[in-house]
Design a protein around this ligand. Structure first.
Ligand SMILES: [Zn+2]
Ligand SMILES: [Zn+2]
Ligand SMILES: [Zn+2]
Length: 135
C-alpha cells in the first residue's frame, strides 16, 4: 500500500515528512529504529520524527518493538490495528547476528492462563536466533 493512501485512510493530513517516514517503513522488511529513519531521510529533525512516529502509533499504523538493547524499533501493524486498539501480539524475531527484528504476524502467541486477579494488557515476545539471511 502506498504511504499517501494509508495516510488518507487513517485521516491524517499528508505532509512530506509523514509521507517519507511511512514510505520508508512500508519498504522495509525489518523493524527500523528512529536513528535509521533519521539518517536515511537526512533532513528530518529528531522532534518531528518523534512526533510523526507517535502519531502513527496512535493511529494504529505502526507498533513499537523494544529490542534486547532497550532500543525502540518500529514496524507496520497488521490491518486489524486501529486508532482504538492495537493487536500486535505476534512474535518478534531478533537475529543475534545482524540484529534485524522481524514481525511474524502468522505466529500467534498462545493465550496465557494467569491466576485470578491478573489481566494482560500487552504481551511482548521476542524470539532470538538466526534469521534466514544469516543461516
Ligand atoms: Zn498495532
Ligand atoms: Zn540476521
Ligand atoms: Zn510486530
Amino acid at each position: 500500500m502506498q504511504a499517501r493512501k494509508l495516510l488518507t485512510q487513517s485521516k491524517l493530513r499528508i505532509t512530506q515528512n509523514r509521507e517519507e517516514v511511512l514510505a520508508l517503513l512500508l519498504e522495509s522488511d525489518v523493524a527500523v529504529s528512529n536513528q535509521v529513519i533519521e539518517s536515511s531521510l537526512g533532513h528530518i529533525d529528531r522532534i518531528t520524527l518523534y512526533r510523526t512516529l507517535k502519531t502513527f502509533e496512535d493511529k494504529g499504523i505502526i507498533h513499537k518493538i523494544i529490542d534486547s538493547s532497550q532500543r525502540s524499533k518500529y514496524a507496520l501493524c497488521a490491518e486489524n490495528c486501529t486508532d482504538h486498539a492495537h493487536d500486535d501480539s505476534h512474535l518478534h524475531f531478533e537475529c543475534t547476528q545482524c540484529g534485524d527484528i522481524t514481525c511474524h504476524m502468522d505466529v500467534k502467541i498462545p493465550e496465557l492462563h494467569l491466576p485470578e486477579g491478573y489481566t494482560v494488557s500487552e504481551i511482548n515476545v521476542i524470539a532470538k536466533g538466526l534469521c534466514s539471511s544469516c543461516q
